[in-house]
Design a binder for this molecule. Sequence first.
Ligand code: HPA
Length: 276
Amino acid sequence: MGSKAEVLQAVQAVQRRSSLRPRLAFVLGSGFGHVLKVVEAEAQIAYGDIPGFPAASVPGHSGTLVVGRLGGLPVMVLNGRAHYYEGHSMDAVTFGVRTLAACGIRDLLLTNAAGGLNRTFRPGDFMMLTDHINLMGANPLRGPVWPGWSRFVDLTQTYDLGLRQLLQRAAKVDRLRLRKGVYLAVSGPSYETPAEIGAFAKLGADAVGMSTVPEAIVARQCGVRVAGLSCITNLAAGRGAGELSHEEVLDTARHNELRAAGLIARFAKLYAKDIA
Ligand code: HPA
């Protein structure tokens, strides 16, 4: 776990740059970067300039924290994330979320690119997470716990019902078909084998990816409400005709960035009206 002092240093570095104190934040994965085109930024801070933040090194994940307004609503955005498969510790992977929570964020939308297992899913679909299965082989809460904090965090309702309703309403207004399902997280970085995908389907997974779950767990420890949104960038291994590649994932993600940004902007609008 990042020490409390480290997190507070990061908070200071962020709050020095903007007087906005948002309640809502987004973590943008592959295919969601376009959201920044609709955010009026007040501060843009490279992860490298925030103490304790790990650098995101994967193409398609640039690594900037943005404080600004989306449709007038103050928001914070983590554009890009550090992944477990890059070799970062779980502490490093979740440091950004701890910082958001310490900045006063109450609600967090986590986004990602994922492979589709559910046979009705198609590349370019969006899936709202209803639950997850953690097969990363690690839990971000392992180890010391800050005094007064719980380590035995309840995950019965990881993905908040109110935020889910808001996402569904946003999709409806935008006439966008929003799938629902269970996200299964693996550590990666290799893609799965068809046998693994067959096994994951039997376990109840609808989509598979390499992120989000550690962030969701830490956000719940911090009392932050969480929603999750996947862009289905490809059919999972063995589900489609060809082989999988990171280029294919980024390509589909890029093609759907406008729709993703539209959905998120609409979500923020409804959030401003109903929750903030
Ligand atoms: N598997 C794991 N992670 C992913 C995939 C996949 O098929 N697509 C995008 N991220």
